[in-house]
Design a protein around this ligand. Sequence first.
Ligand code: FES
Ligand code: FES
Length: 216
Amino acid sequence: MDDNDSIHIEITRRTVIETGTTALLLTALPQAALAAGPSDDAGPPPPPATVELRINGSSHTLTLDPRTTLLDAPREHLALTGSKKGCDHGQCGACTVLIDGRRINSCLTLAVMHDGQAITTIEGLAEGDRLHPMQAAFVEHDGFQCGYCTSGQICSAVGMLAESRNGMPSYVTDDLTQQPQLSDAEIRERMSGNICRCAAYPNIVAAIKQAAETPT
Ligand code: FES
Ligand code: FES
């Protein structure tokens, strides 16, 4: 061990005591890596991409960063802010939209992946002044408190009823040959990807049950 090593170890020990684990991590890095400075792994931004988004029956041609999510594109480029950003990590469901009738967490998918597909957000469910039956049922049953999760809950519930009508098997029984009954347990399980921090679940379930019985 030469003089430099002993000095380095002495500094390392004292730094750990004084400043904690970040300093430990830094001093544990090879000296060559430290000398090279921070790496620029991200590189230059990718070139813009053009995509046609068909949202709520209207076609929009956008040129945007290809990393833009399907959540951010309508919110930031089309002023469609009904879909909410809760976690931005696929864990809360606040961003749920419908693509060709199927529900999806829009924060987990890129806008450029949905060129030409039919996208429905909460703004596209009502017909003029007439609320979609799911929206009307949420109002009637007070299926919300703060409302932050509500657009995602409603879009997800619309998609969920379509899954049910199309014969998706039950999530809560082992009998996969039976058309699922929309029991409270079935609805809760099928809607488990949509978190409500206000815990309005009983009213949400009641609203969905009512909408399920309402012809669209
Ligand atoms: Fe997309 Fe939470 S914002 S799942
Ligand atoms: Fe507040 Fe659901 S109504 S989070």
